[in-house]
Design a protein around this ligand. Structure first.
Ligand code: ADP
Length: 703
């Protein structure tokens, strides 16, 4: 064992033994970090936390450096100057592991033995872990799942009796390969072309609506998730939270929505520059709904915006460019983390202990007018960098242009970085982001699957893209509703001939995520042995790797539940929306809300309420030109609610104003629940009220 490894191990051990009380929860995170920060491939190529990729057949070709640069020229004309020659990234090249047919297999087994078990008919092996003292560690599920009182014999009997879980994979698209492997490992039953009778789980490649005829079971997509994660909507959702909790949501770069906020953007930048002439900020423009770096470019002056210069004003987000990212081997990289939203109500979130780190292929320099167009320097997208001649495909999990996140953490730990803090900051970023998304997702959910009607339940794996700043602060770049679950990559096997070959690092991470998501969604789980090591229908019982998904919510509810204010506003919205499948509140619904919550009085008449409704709804309609449904959406309702709160509780800060108004509303509605007739006045929309609307509209122009 090298000195360097011993040092890191000691640091990890120290992390393990800290904390009590509130810190106890932190200490739980620490344990997970120990798993995350597993040694690099040369010590143990399989992070203790995750999946058995290393037992796959070795890939056909082991190391590839593509020389050709299939240019997609995302950042424009200068791409030829981006230094795509292989010798420009010597550090990376030096890390390629010399390989042979066995290179993907664990080495140095003395310290970290692997127990393997052949899975019938698959040629694959499943694995258990052996501790350094040589004793077998019983395979354990996460601490959140309690094992029932049954003994192993009972468990085997139950397993034999039970029918295998059925999974419809017909719509799985590019996830299919990883999904098939997972189903095989679990000994569940796959229905590749669908099934006449209902399946337990439906795996969709794109959206909830890939198949609209599902009335039972579970679907791996939430309605509305794609819409919510478009760049503009994500920005809006985070921004609402920033208004209430500016400190807590400062992990998202300052952003403006184009074209509607162009003037604001321009003015704010000019003012900032006037105030400090040394300021030369850079901005990144991202088209709404874009992916894989498509259409992204950098600017240093608002006047350089192409959306404004061109004939089309394309919807996009312009964002402060993080110009001091953390570098490894002089390269910028980002982190792809997989997050499972297991349920919205109650909110349940899991984070995969293992993720991917995706590296740029040209050494990083702070943005200057000269290098703004260098995609391989500024953008970490795999789809772009794979086209650079410098991209390194590696069989090792800890080298190359795509590596495991644990190998990066391990490397940082060896340099003295407090990876415990990094990991817990990341967990907190993930939970806060999901808390920002949940309100609108609940509206979509109720519209598509109204309570009381037959329908499936939903879960979803999301891909979080996170950048670490030089000071180690994590920054959210975006969240993907459909993160790539491909476990193979394209490779030139002979000149001009490309083939898909297995990608060890992708398989290592992604199969574990899918398999453990399935394990958590196992419909038998509720009925039987939660978390028993013996699962599935195998006669001999089987051993699966320990879970690579860690529950973070409700586990850390205490620290984060105070952030769920907008969800409480959403509960009011949904209550007055009713369950007819629509997502917009009509004027009548809004008036009923005001009446039932007793928010109108002699200073705030129902006529003024109507004006507020019209004003806010109109403004949002102009911001969301594509929306078909008329009426007040959740975001508009939240804005109106903030306005009402500010009006009523003038002297307080916004957060307290909003919470105070929520308390008023909730108390009123609770009274009605107990039979107070005063709150449930019938809706009255008299013509005289309507007439007065236009008059007040002029008066209240500035709402
Ligand atoms: P896409 O969906 O097209 O991949 P992203 O928002 O993920 O769009 O941005 C693409 C890449 O651009 C990221 O992977 C990251 O490398 C870089 N990037 C995005 N936003 C920023 C930012 N604010 N600061 C620095 N780099 C960024």
């Amino acid at each position: 064992m090298s000195d360097h490894y011993v040092k890191v191990k000691v640091q990890l051990e120290q992390m393990k033994s800290s904390g009590e009380g509130v810190e106890k929860e932190e200490a739980d995170m620490i344990e997970d970090e120990v798993l995350v920060a597993s040694p690099p491939a040369s010590v143990s190529p399989i992070p203790a936390s995750c999946t058995p990729a290393a037992q796959r057949e070795p890939p056909k070709t082991t190391v590839t450096c593509r020389n050709q640069s299939k240019s997609r020229s995302k950042l424009g004309k200068d791409e030829k100057n981006t230094g795509t020659k292989q010798d420009s990234v010597p550090a990376l090249q030096g890390t390629i592991v010399a390989s042979n047919a066995n290179s993907g297999k664990p080495v140095n087994r003395k310290d970290n033995e692997q127990q393997t078990l052949q899975i019938k008919g698959t040629g694959k092996m499943l694995q258990g872990k052996t501790e350094t003292n040589g004793n077998a560690v019983p395979i354990h599920l996460p601490e959140d799942i309690k094992v029932g009182p049954h003994n192993k014999e009972d468990a085997n009997k139950v397993a034999k009796r039970r029918k295998p879980v059925t999974v419809d994979t017909f719509k799985a698209k590019t996830s299919l390969e990883a999904l098939k492997l997972s189903i095989r490992q679990l000994k569940w039953k796959e229905f590749p072309v669908g099934r006449r009778s209902a399946c337990d789980i439906y795996w969709h490649g794109v959206s909830f609506h890939d198949n609209d005829n599902i009335i039972s079971g579970q679907v791996n997509k939430f309605p509305g998730m794609i819409e919510m994660l478009r760049k503009i909507n994500l920005t809006r959702a985070v921004r609402t939270m920033q208004e209430l909790f500016p400190e807590e949501y400062n992990f998202y770069p300052r952003s403006w929505i184009l074209p509607e906020e162009y003037q604001l953007f321009s003015t704010q930048i000019s003012l900032a520059k006037d105030g400090d002439v040394s300021q030369k900020p850079t901005f990144i423009i991202k088209p709404d709904g874009g992916s894989q770096g498509d259409g992204i470019y950098l600017i240093r002056d608002p006047g350089d915006l192409r959306v404004i210069a061109g004939s089309h004003t394309k919807q996009s987000v312009v964002q402060e460019y993080i110009h001091k990212p953390l570098l490894i081997d002089k390269l910028k990289f980002d982190i792809r983390l997989y997050v499972l939203v297991k349920s919205l109500e109650p909110l349940e979130i899991y984070i995969a202990k293992e993720g991917l780190s995706r590296f740029c292929t040209e050494p990083y320099q702070e943005p200057s007018q000269k290098n703004l167009s260098h995609v391989f320097m500024h953008l970490t997208n795999y789809s772009l960098n794979v086209q650079s001649g410098n991209f390194v495909h590696s069989d090792s999990l800890s080298s190359g242009s795509k590596r495991t996140f644990s190998s990066v953490l391990y490397r940082l730990a060896s340099k003295g970085v407090d990876i415990k803090k990094v990991w817990s900051d990341i967990i907190s970023l993930v939970i806060k982001t999901i808390i920002a998304l949940v309100p609108e997702l609940k509206v979509y959910y109720q519209a598509d699957i109204p309570p009381g009607k037959p329908g499936p339940t939903c879960f979803q794996i999301l891909g979080f893209d996170i950048l670490l700043m030089k000071n180690l602060k994590p920054v959210l770049l975006e969240v993907n509703a459909n993160p790539s679950m491909r476990i193979e990559h394209e490779q030139e096997v002979s000149p001009g001939v490309f083939e898909y070959v297995p990608s060890p690092v992708d398989e290592e991470v992604k199969v574990g995520v899918i398999r453990d998501t399935l394990r958590l969604m196992d419909p038998h789980q509720q009925e039987e042995l939660l978390g028993s090591p013996v699962r599935g229908a195998g006669e001999e019982g089987r051993v699966l790797p320990s879970m690579c998904l860690k529950q973070v919510f409700p586990k850390y509810t205490k620290q984060f539940s105070y952030l769920r204010t907008v969800e409480r506003i959403t509960a009011l919205f949904l209550r007055f929306l009713g369950v007819k499948g629509n997502m917009r509140l009509g004027p009548t619904g809004f008036r009923t809300f005001i009446r039932n919550c007793k928010l109108s009085n002699s200073h705030f008449s129902m006529a003024t309420v109507d004006i507020l409704y019209i004003d806010v709804t109109r403004r949002w309609a102009s911001m969301l030109p594509g929306s078909r449904e008329a009426g007040m959406g959740l975001q508009a309702f939240v804005e109106a609610f903030f306005y009402l709160a500010q009006r009523r509780f003038k002297s307080l800060p916004l957060r307290e104003q909003v919470v105070s108004l929520l308390e008023v509303c909730e108390a009123q509605l609770e009274n009605q629940g107990r039979g107070d007739p005063g709150g449930a006045l019938p809706e009255d929309s008299t013509s005289s009220t309507r007439r007065s609307v236009s008059y007040h509209l002029r008066r209240l122009d500035g709402i």
